[in-house]
Design a protein around this ligand. Structure first.
Ligand code: NAP
Length: 471
């Protein structure tokens, strides 16, 4: 906290306590930030931004490279923190920290080019487009990739010359504070980037604070709607990365074993708790039976195990509440005619465990068809042919990622590039985020983009400058 924020501390603040999803044991306790403190932090961040915006790309680049270095050096510690707070397997946590470091290095190296003056020839005088920072960006972030989601916005936002406030999900306060520590240790000015342990009920008021320039949210549709409404009411720029129900179309010419393996990988990323996890597998009827068998075998390989041990492929879900919601979606789908091919039983043990599960005969009216299922549950939907499969894939409120599995790459390229309504469509691979390519969705999956030149340009003033001699 800045000096002013320190003065505003009250003794009656609320506390939050983490819970280890693997065994339901309570973890550390953290004090919540009050709204007054958050507003003081916003004022301090705005002040720090006015200096930071004048720093050179070289200065910012050295700091963000240093953040990458610290992340790599403390990779195991941060992976373990994620395991303890939200149940991510240690292996996936290590990979996530590596990815954050790569992302920092990428934007440290590329920001200057991405934001270089863009000359335009309009026939007279000198004209160019310049990209100036917007100010303090408030980031409301989810727990599922507690490090990646934050670095995904923070590295480009800081490289562009912005300040930032992080309001992370309430169940990962240790990760939120560790990220702040990394950035400060790397040299990001203390007030320029702050973690606020702020309850979500205070987000609207903070968005409306004059020192907050823009807002980005990664999370559910409901949270997105609330944040967009608050930002809209004060006409502030807003980027939304929301939910998804990614469809993979499996065509009749696909190698079934290979397709099932990709499908299972796509579904089981982060224990199925990824916005871009494959959630609906739309298979052409002529190969539906062998694909079902192959997907069941591929999913069965994701055995539940201790998330702290190397090699574990499936840890617990984030919480018992989230697990119970997913189980209700499974039973609700079975009640309405889905066939349970694998899993679907809540294990008799403490913690948020749920086994790999496969449903077939998934149809409209079932939760597995109509809703985002945020856990290790694959839904198989059969289609008459390619056109029907594409129709079903697009018949969703979401449009984040999507895939085509086919032995004919020309066919796959055409469907991916022209037919599927999604922000990202991959052929014969599971959808992944990457700092080098734009990431985001359409429809209720949100708007705006992260990563690449498109991402870093979300939180800048894209400004036309025209210069000509007087007279
Ligand atoms: P969530 O409940 O929406 O929470 C996300 C963040 O929003 C948290 O910091 C949460 O704070 C805050 N929040 C919740 N309700 C809010 C409100 N009314 N106003 C302001 N802030 C609010 O989502 P989640 O359960 O953590 O994450 C799962 C969802 O995120 C899924 O739908 C998933 O697909 C989506 N997601 C999308 C992407 C993407 O890039 N498109 C990536 C990852 C996840 P509290 O924790 O304090 O409530």
């Amino acid at each position: 906290m800045s000096e002013q924020a320190e003065l505003n501390r009250s003794d009656s603040r609320q506390k939050i306590q983490t819970v280890n999803p693997a065994n339901a044991e309570p973890g550390k306790t953290y004090e919540e930030t009050s709204l007054d403190e958050a507003k003081a932090a916003a004022a301090a961040a705005r002040k720090a931004f006015l200096d930071w915006r004048r720093s050179s790309f070289a200065e910012r680049s050295a700091i963000i490279h240093k953040a990458a270095e610290i992340l790599r050096a403390r990779k195991d510690e941060f992976a373990r923190l994620m395991t303890d707070e939200m149940g991510k397997t240690f292996d996936e946590g290590r990979a996530e920290v590596e990815k954050c470091a790569f992302h920092c290095d990428w934007f440290a190296d590329q920001a200057q080019d991405y934001l270089a003056h863009d000359p335009v020839d309009i026939g007279a005088g000198e004209t160019f487009v310049t990209f100036n920072p917007l100010g303090v960006v408030l980031a409301v972030m989810p727990w599922n990739f507690p490090f990646w989601q934050v670095f995904r916005f923070a590295a480009p936002a800081l490289m562009a010359g912005n300040g930032a406030l992080l309001k992370h999900a309430s169940n990962v306060p240790g990760c939120a504070l560790a990220i702040e520590e990394v950035l400060h240790e790397a040299g990001v000015p203390r007030d320029l980037f702050r973690t606020l342990i702020l309850p979500s009920r205070e987000v609207e008021a903070l968005i409306k604070d004059a020192n907050v320039g823009a807002v980005t949210l990664t999370g559910s549709v409901e949270a997105g709607r609330s944040v967009a409404t608050a930002a809209g009411s004060v006409l502030k720029k807003c980027v939304l990365e929301l939910g998804g129900s990614d469809a993979y179309v499996i065509l009749d010419d696909a190698d079934i074993e290979a397709a099932a393996k990709i499908a299972a990988t796509a579904r089981m990323v982060n224990g199925g708790q990824s916005c871009i996890a494959g959630k609906r597998f739309i298979v052409v009827r002529s190969i539906a039976e062998p694909f079902e068998r192959a997907l069941v075998e591929a999913m069965r390989r994701y055995e539940m195990g201790d998330p702290t041990e190397e090699g574990t492929k499936l840890g617990p879900m984030v919480s018992v509440k989230a697990r119970d919601e997913v189980h209700a979606q499974v039973t609700g789908s079975v009640d309405k005619g889905a066939r349970l091919l694998l899993g679907g039983q809540v294990p008799d043990r403490a913690g948020a465990w749920y086994p790999p599960t496969v449903l077939s005969d998934v149809r409209p009216g079932q939760p597995a068809h109509d809703k985002e299922v945020f856990g290790p549950v694959a839904a198989i939907i059969s289609a008459a042919d390619e056109a029907d499969a594409v129709r079903i894939a697009n018949d969703s409120e979401f449009g984040l990622g999507s895939g085509v599995l086919t032995s004919d790459v020309d066919r796959g390229r055409r469907i991916a590039s022209q037919e599927l309504e999604a922000g990202m469509s991959f052929v014969n691979e599971n959808v992944r985020s990457d700092p080098r390519t734009p990431f985001g969705g359409v429809k209720h999956s949100g708007y705006g983009r992260e990563c690449s030149a498109f991402g870093i340009r979300e939180f800048v003033n894209i400004k036309t400058v025209h210069v000509k001699p007087l007279g």
